[in-house]
Design a binder for this molecule. Sequence first.
Ligand code: SF4
Length: 332
Amino acid sequence: MKIITTCKQTKSEKVDNSEIKVGISACLLGHSVRYNGGHSRSRLCLEELSEHFSYRSFCPETAAGFGVPRPTLRLTGEISAPRLVFSNNQQQDVTEQLVNAINPVIGTLADLDGYILMKNSPSCGMERIKVYQDNGYPHTRRTQGLFTAALQKKHPNLPIEEEGRLNDARLKENFILRVFAHNHFRNQVDTQPTLGSLMNFHRDYKYVLMAHSQSEYKALGRLLAETKPHQNIDNLRDLYFQRFMQAISKPASRSNHCNVLLHILGYLKRSVDGEVRRDIADIIDRYRRGEVNLATPLTLIKHYVQRFGSHYVQTQRYLQPYPSVLGLSNQL
Ligand code: SF4
């Protein structure tokens, strides 16, 4: 078993001064651990995201001692409990060998804020992995790799994504948003787990939540408001965190972004001239019609909020959910 950690200092705009640790399939970092002795080096992970993440890489199959190179592996049997076998010797069930190697590692990953996975692997794949039947054909339903399934079972709130899907701007933005939100929650709430910390977190993430689901924003607010001081904070924390991460698990829609931007514009009613606010509202409408990207109205709003907004609106995570140097809103 080998865990290779690659640490890089974040250059700018580090949020909360904490290191954001992200797990990653080792072949994506260029380690020659694939079945054929090669790797799947990811430029995106190594040259862009590494400025913001400290990676912890792991290869389940080499950790299990299958060697490099090795015959390809596949999943067989029942879709609900697939077994791992070598493609050239399906009688040799190596599921336990893999499970015995990954379980101790998965237990050490509680400090991660995300995981980037290699696609199409019976160990690391996040979805669409074939499970072969006795007749040699795969089931129509697909599943996850065995490592990923175990990772999600142990850390259900951990943001995970396949590297290939990060080429989609909306999926990439959503994954990075979730990673930073996960980190903020651990730093803001878990270091001091009180009802007050949860309420402060909910206040800071108001517009992020509204951009994803207005109804879930309200429901989570009610959950906190109805909590009595003597109630068990651990249960509340677990329920809130699970529902919060679920609420932001899909990209926010263009119309929801527009609603949030108009809400925030409303905070500038007293301090910014009506004509300027109408111009900003026009830009928001242009974004709604797809004529400009999200960065255009967002940058304008941020400019005025920084100059004239209250502390409440200035500290909204929606305006700075992750370092702006990532340029993610330019692509939305
Ligand atoms: S996909 Fe996973 S198991 Fe396969 S080589 Fe990469 S890290 Fe190893």
